[in-house]
Each structure stands twice: as C-alpha cells, then as structure tokens.
Design a protein around this ligand. Sequence first.
Ligand code: RBF
Length: 158
Amino acid sequence: MATAYQNLSKYDFSSVPDGSDLSIGIVIAEWNRVITEKLLEGACNTLEKHGVKAENIFIKRVPGSFELTYGARRMAETGEVNAVIILGCVIKGETPHFDYICAGVTQGITELNLMCDIPFIFGLLTTNDMQQAEDRAGGKYGNKGDEAAVTALKMAKI
Ligand code: RBF
C-alpha cells in the first residue's frame, strides 16, 4: 500500500493496453494547483505515450477535491469518454476537514464506479504535508498522475 515502496511512474510498458481508440476524461481540482497541475501533466503524457490522441483527452476543472465527484459524474454523462481520471490533492490541516473531504471523495468515487458503466480512477493525493505531495507529483516517488493514467487504460479495456 505504501507509496514509499513503489515508484508511481515505474511500470512495464508492454502490460498497458493501446489507447488509440479511447477517449479519456480527466477531472482536476484547483485547490493545491501547484500539485494537481503536475498530476495532470503526468496523466496526459502517459495517456499520449500509450496512443491516446490529445484531442480525445477531455479536461474539466473543479474548485476543490470535494467537487470532484460531481465533476466526474458530469463528465461521464457526456457519453464521450471510456474512463474518468480524478485528480486532487488534500493536505492535512489543523482541523478535521481533511478527513471529511477524503471520506466524501472516496465514497463518491466508489458510488460512481458502482452506478455507472465506465470506470472512475482514484488519483487523489491525501498527504500530511506539502513535501509528501511533491514527492508523489513528479518527485522522488514518481507521479501519481502517471499511475492513474495507466490504471485508466487498463480499466477501460477490462
Ligand atoms: N480542497 C482540496 O482539494 N484540498 C485541500 O487540501 C482542501 N482543504 C480545505 C480545507 C478547508 C478548511 C476547507 C473549508 C476546504 C478545503 N478544500 C480543499 C476545498 C474543498 O474541497 C471544497 O472545494 C470546499 O469545501 C467547497 O465545497
């Protein structure tokens, strides 16, 4: 489970399906933008590396992570995408907000996966501080956006 034992950007290229016939939606939170934009960059680069055409990547921005579930549902309702990647970054503060937001998003994405016909991929960083987020957004543990893109391709073809 712990990212510390795994680089999020290291994987077997040949194990990932070709994405040239796929359209992928990405919903991204604007909170902690310095992190989430790096996740987005990783996800887009990885999708394109596996054949997804740039014009078949649809990006929707929402204010914060709590809005990701709604954004993802609206993205799915367009009927234009084969999978939706959800990218956000929640950093622990002094109040219990962190727990409520993380639980809300996790539950929301789980419900979307149960309700809808396409997969929703959990690309939400939930960290104790900014350093842990940077380590997972193109830092020493790779980029969670890359991992989310690989998962989306695998799940879209399952
Ligand atoms: N959104 C995030 O994506 N990451 C955060 O770390 C984050 N921290 C928040 C802390 C507080 C105290 C509040 C009130 C909101 C925070 N949000 C965060 C925004 C939240 O996801 C949502 O956009 C707002 O609560 C509006 O519904």
